[in-house]
Design a protein around this ligand. Structure first.
Ligand code: MF3
Ligand code: CO
Length: 253
């Protein structure tokens, strides 16, 4: 069952979403070679807690980190570690959840570490843009599959593939609510979009094949072929005539 949020609930989700955006603001320009994935998580957790929020992912289904930090061929759910040092040329995805006032904001950004290849920057850019290509269809009357299809089409047109095992999702007072939001599939399929639906849309884009491998830690998912994977996510709300991003700073338009 897809839960439609009231205007009051959407305001609360914006407050939680703003905390997530503040984390990215703190990380931007501060990711550098030599720091550990634990350092990235520590900065993130500090921002979350100093804003009176709680790191949603911590202890969620037993997940041990405050945020997820995934490097290079790691797709999602990388566990922060002091031993994992970022090197020049890496990419690092930071997936952040913040719970505030009983509601959740969920978003992810992928950052280049130091100087990265031109082709790597292109992967980051296409992944981000695919989110916005999908959101062009985020309005009442369209179907969820219209968003999914647009993401897939845009990424595949650019020579990349979409991870199948992990999807976006409804978000609200729970991290994962109905519906699943796949990053692939036929247009015109799935539930009708309605005003007040809140969705976390999160394309996970592989430079090579989309097949995955789950690590022994039970969380970290990697590409089977060892090629790069990139992740971009925002929580959004369907409005009367389109959508609004919830995981953004107040001053942003
Ligand atoms: N954005 C991810 C998701 O929606 C992060 C979840 S991490 C977990 O699945 F640890 F909380 F599962
Ligand atoms: Co999510």
């Amino acid at each position: 069952m897809i839960i439609i949020k009231s205007p009051r609930e959407i305001e609360l989700m914006k407050k939680a979403g703003e905390v997530v955006a503040k984390v990215f603001k703190a990380l931007e320009g501060n990711i550098h070679p030599g720091m550990s994935t634990q350092d990235v998580a520590d900065i993130s957790e500090k921002v979350i807690r100093s804003n009176g929020a709680y790191p949603t992912f911590l202890n969620y289904s037993g997940y041990p980190g405050a945020v997820c930090v995934s490097v290079n061929d790691e797709i999602v759910h990388g566990i922060p570690s002091k031993k994992r040092i970022l090197r020049d040329g890496d990419i690092v995805s930071v997936d952040v959840g913040a719970t505030l006032g009983g509601y959740i904001g969920d978003a992810c950004r992928t950052y280049p570490v130091g100087i990265v290849k031109e082709s790597t920057l292109r992967l980051i850019e296409v992944t981000k843009q695919s989110f916005f290509e999908g959101c062009k269809f985020a309005k009442p009357g369209n179907r969820l599959g219209d968003i999914s299809h647009a993401i897939q089409e845009y990424c595949e047109k650019n020579g990349y593939s979409l991870i199948r095992e992990y999807t976006g999702h409804g978000v609200g007072s729970h991290l994962h609510e109905d519906p699943y939001v796949p990053n692939y599939g036929p247009a015109g399929s799935g539930p009708l979009l309605k005003e007040g639906m809140t969705l976390a849309i999160e394309p996970m884009v592989a430079e090579g094949h989309f097949a995955i491998r789950l690590m022994k830690d039970g969380w970290t998912a990697k590409t089977r072929d060892g090629k790069l994977s990139c992740h971009y996510e925002n929580s959004i709300v369907i409005t009367k005539d389109g959508y609004e991003i919830l995981t953004k700073l107040k001053e942003e338009i």
